[in-house]
Design a protein around this ligand. Structure first.
Ligand SMILES: *Cc1c(COP(=O)(O)O)cnc(C)c1O
Length: 692
C-alpha cells in the first residue's frame, strides 16, 4: 500500500499535554539533520488558528516547520475548537461529522503518503502525530485507535515523566497490544524541573519500571526545555538542537526496528498493485476496501505476509472443509500434475473424472445417476436451470419455462443464477429488465429448531398451484440459506415443497453448493427432510477448497427427458472435468467417505453453541443460531465490515462478516481452542461495539 523505503510511524501520547508535538518536531529535526526526507502528518488538528486570510493554520505543524525547516507537513482536517476531534467536528457546521471517520482518514493518509513518497527520492520518514491519546474519540463509535489499526503502522508512545506516568503508559501499551499494533518502545518527556529529591527519584525509576512491566524499552528521554514553551523566548535553535540530540536514539531504534520487522518492500508493492489494478469481490475499482496479503496457509491457519497468523473462521467461503494444504489433497494434486493437468472433455475421458463420478454417486441420494462437471457453483446452477428447461422443451411441454424459488436465497452471480437469488439483497435492481423474471415465494419463517408451523408453507403452496402449468422447476437451498441471509429453516417446509413438486409434476433442484459434504451435520442437507431432488448442485467443498470445481447431478428421469428424441444437453465449459480438480476432489471425497467429519462437525457444533451463546445478550444482537459447523450472530443493523474485519485481524482471527451477519464456517479440522478463539473475538467485538 505504501511506497518502498518509507518508514511510517505514529506518535501517540498517553494523554493530552505530554509533549508529543515537541517530540514529533524534534524527531523530524533529527531525521532531516541525518539526511532523511521527512513528512509530518497531523490527521486532525483541533485548536487551529485562523491566519490573515482566515484560513485555519495547524499550530502543531508550525512548530514542526520551525524545528525542521526541511520537513514537509500536511494536515487533513482542522478545527478551531481546542477539544476532542469528535466534539470539535460537531461544533463546526462545515463538517457534518461524515468526513471524520477512521476509514476516510486512513484512505486519505495512505494516499498522501503514496503521492509524497513517489515525488521524493532517497530514504523517507513519515511521522503521524495523533490527536490526544490512543482512545481519544473520533466520533460516537470510533477512537484514534481505530484509525491506527486501519493504518497498521508502528506506534511510538510518549509519556510525561511524573507521578502517575507508569499507570498511564502501561494502560496505553495494553491498548496497543490488544489491537495487535506494534510498538518499538516509548519516550519520556519532562514537563518541568523536578522540585524535590523524591521527585527526582521517581523520574529515574519511571522509565525503568515502565519498561520492565510494559516489556517495551524506553527509547529516549527528553529534558525540560523551557525556551520551547513560547515562540518569542531566546535560544530556541539551541533548544531544538538539544531536543533532536536527545531523541536521536529513538530515531535510530525506529530504523533498526523497521529493518528487523517482517514487512518487506515486496509486500508494499503487492498491496499497491492490487489496490490500483485488481478487482476484489463486490468492490469498487476506484475505492476498494482494505485487503491483507496472505502468504501461506496450513490446517486452520492463514498466515499474512506481515507475519500475523490468523485462525480461520471462513474455510475460504466455506470450501476448505479439510483445512488448508491437507496432505492427502496435496499428494493427489502433485501426482495428477505429473501426468495430465488438463485435457478437453469433448471426445476424451480420463480416470480422475470417472473415479470422482463413482465416488459421488456412492454418496448422493440414490435416484441421482448422471453427473455433469462444471467449473464453478454458479455454472452448476446455470446447468441445472438449463437442464430443467431443456427437459420440458424435449417433452413438448413448452409452456413450462418459469422457475420458482423462495426469498432469501443465493445461487451465484451469473445472470441465470442471479435471477433466482433474493430479489432484494441480491442484485436485481441493477439488472432489472435484463434478468429473466422468476417467481418468488416468501422465505420460510419456521426456524429449524422450533416446532413445525404449517402456516410457513401456505404462501409457497399457493404460488406453485397458481403457476403450476408454466413452472419448469423449483430451486432452493435445502435447510440452510447461505449468502442470502444465513437462515436455517424447518425440514418440514422442505418435505412439503418436495410433495408439492411431485403433485404438480414440477422438477425440484436442490442447491447444496454450500450445505453439501457434512456442513449441516448430515452428509447432504436434504437428509434432514429425508427427500431426494431431481437435480442436485454441488460445489465449494467438493474439491476440498483446492481448485475450482462443481457438479450438477440428475436423476435418470431428467437425463432421459433431456436426451429424448436424439437431443443433446447444450453446455460444455472449456475446463469441464479438469483432471487436476477431479483428482483433488476424489481425495477430498475419500476423506469424507471415512466418516470422520461426523464427529468433527458435532464437536464444532457444540463448541459454536457454547462460544456464541453468550453473544446473544450483547447490545444490538438480533439472533444467534447454530447448525452443524455453522454459527451465526445476526445484528439488528448493518455492520461496519471494514472496521470489524480490521478488529478481527488484529485479534488474530479471519472472519468476514456481511450485511447484518457475523458468522463462522470453520474448516472441520478446527480445534476446540480455535473455535473458542473465534467465538471470543466475536464476543469481544460485540462487547466493544466495534461492529457499528
Ligand atoms: C457459493 C454458492 C454458489 C455459487 O458458487 P460459485 O462457485 O461462487 O459460483 C451457488 N449456490 C450456493 C448455495 C452457494 O453458496
Amino acid at each position: 500500500m505504501l511506497p518502498d523505503n518509507v518508514l511510517c510511524f505514529c506518535i501517540v501520547g498517553t494523554d493530552t499535554d505530554v509533549g508529543k508535538t515537541v517530540v514529533t518536531a524534534a524527531l523530524a529535526r533529527a531525521a532531516v539533520t541525518s539526511g532523511l526526507r521527512a513528512l509530518v502528518i497531523k490527521p486532525v488538528q483541533t485548536g487551529s488558528i485562523p491566519d490573515a486570510q482566515g484560513n485555519l493554520q495547524a499550530p502543531d505543524l508550525a512548530l514542526c516547520r520551525e524545528a525542521a525547516p526541511g520537513a514537509d507537513t500536511h494536515s487533513l482536517l482542522q478545527f478551531a475548537a481546542a477539544c476532542s476531534p469528535h466534539l470539535a467536528a460537531r461544533l463546526e457546521a462545515r463538517y457534518d461529522g461524515k468526513a471524520l471517520t477512521a476509514h476516510n482518514l486512513a484512505n486519505e493518509i495512505n494516499r498522501t503518503v503514496r503521492e509524497w513518497g513517489d515525488a521524493e527520492v532517497g530514504r523517507k520518514l513519515v511521522l503521524l502525530e495523533g490527536a490526544g491519546g490512543l482512545l481519544t474519540p473520533l466520533g460516537a463509535s470510533e477512537t484514534l485507535g481505530d484509525l491506527l489499526a486501519l493504518l497498521d503502522w508502528p506506534v511510538l508512545l510518549v509519556a510525561t515523566n511524573r507521578l502517575g506516568a507508569v499507570n498511564h503508559a502501561l494502560l496505553s501499551l495494553e491498548a496497543l497490544h490488544s489491537r495487535n499494533l506494534s510498538c518499538p518502545g516509548f519516550i519520556m518527556t519532562e514537563a518541568q524541573e523536578a522540585r524535590s529529591e523524591l521527585e527526582q527519584t521517581i523520574r529515574r525509576d519511571n522509565p525503568l519500571i515502565t519498561a520492565s512491566l510494559g516489556k517495551k524499552p524506553c527509547l529516549a528521554e527528553l529534558s525540560h526545555l523551557p525556551n520551547l514553551k513560547a515562540p518569542d523566548l531566546p535560544d530556541r535553535e539551541v533548544a531544538w538542537d538539544q531536543a533532536a540530540r536527545e531523541l536521536a536514539p529513538a530515531l535510530k531504534a525506529v530504523g533498526a526496528w523497521q529493518s528487523a520487522s517482517p514487512k518487506t518492500s515486496d509486500e508494499t508493492d503487492v498491496l499497491r498493485f492490487d489496490r490500483e489494478h485488481l478487482w476484489h469481490p463486490y468492490t469498487s475499482a476506484l475505492h476498494p476496501t482494505r485487503v491483507w496479503e496472505a502468504a501461506s496457509s496450513s490446517g486452520s491457519r492463514i498466515r499474512l505476509k506481515n507475519g500475523r497468523e490468523l485462525v480461520d473462521g471462513m474455510a475460504s467461503w466455506w470450501c476448505a472443509i479439510h483445512g488448508y494444504r491437507h496432505p492427502a489433497l496435496m499428494r493427489a494434486l502433485k501426482a495428477q500434475a505429473e501426468t495430465m493437468p488438463h485435457v478437453m472433455f469433448g471426445g476424451l475421458t480420463h480416470a480422475p473424472a470417472v473415479r470422482l463420478g463413482r465416488r459421488l454417486l456412492d454418496m448422493v441420494p440414490a435416484a441421482l445417476e448422471h453427473v455433469f462437471f462444471a467449473d464453478s457453483g454458479s455454472v452448476a446452477v446455470e446447468v441445472a436451470l438449463k437442464m430443467a428447461l431443456q427437459y420440458w422443451q424435449a417433452k413438448g411441454e413448452t409452456r413450462r419455462t418459469r422457475i420458482l424459488t423462495i426469498r432469501g436465497g443465493y445461487h451465484g452471480d451469473t445472470l441465470g443464477a442471479m435471477s433466482v437469488c433474493d430479489p432484494e439483497n441480491g442484485m436485481h435492481s441493477l439488472f432489472s429488465g435484463i434478468l429473466p423474471t422468476q417467481i418468488f415465494a416468501p422465505r420460510p419463517e419456521c426456524r429449524f429448531d422450533a416446532p413445525y408451523d404449517p402456516a410457513s408453507e401456505q404462501a409457497f403452496a399457493e404460488v406453485l398451484t397458481t403457476h403450476a402449468d408454466s413452472m419448469a422447476a423449483v430451486i432452493l437451498e435445502p435447510i440452510v440459506q447461505g449468502a442470502g441471509g444465513m437462515w436455517f429453516y424447518h425440514p418440514g417446509f422442505l418435505r412439503r415443497v418436495h410433495a408439492l413438486c411431485q403433485q404438480h409434476g414440477c422438477l425440484l433442484i436442490l442447491d447444496e453448493i454450500a450445505t453439501g459434504f457434512g456442513r449441516t451435520g448430515k452428509l447432504f442437507a436434504c437428509e434432514h427432510a429425508d427427500i431426494e431432488p431431481d437435480i442436485l448442485c454441488l460445489g465449494k467443498g467438493l474439491s476440498g477448497g483446492v481448485l475450482t470445481l462443481a457438479a450438477t447431478l440428475a436423476t435418470r428421469n431428467v437425463a432421459e427427458g433431456v436426451s429424448q428424441n436424439g437431443s443433446a444437453f447444450m453446455h460444455g465449459p472449456t475446463f469441464m472435468a479438469n483432471p487436476l480438480a477431479c483428482a483433488v476432489a476424489e481425495a477430498s471425497l475419500e476423506l469424507i467417505a471415512s466418516g470422520a467429519w461426523r464427529a468433527d462437525v458435532a464437536r464444532l457444533e457444540a463448541g459454536l453453541r457454547k462460544g456464541l451463546s453468550r453473544c446473544a445478550h450483547q447490545p444490538g444482537v438480533a439472533d444467534v443460531r447454530v447448525l452443524g459447523a455453522i454459527g451465526v450472530v445476526e445484528m439488528e443493523r448493518e455492520i461496519n465490515v471494514e472496521r470489524l474485519q480490521t478488529f478481527f485481524v488484529t485479534r488474530g482471527v479471519w472472519i468476514r462478516p456481511f450485511g447484518k451477519l457475523i458468522y463462522l464456517m470453520p474448516p472441520y479440522v478446527a480445534t476446540d481452542d480455535d473455535i473458542a478463539t473465534l467465538c471470543s473475538a466475536i464476543h469481544c467485538a460485540l462487547a466493544q461495539e466495534t461492529w457499528r
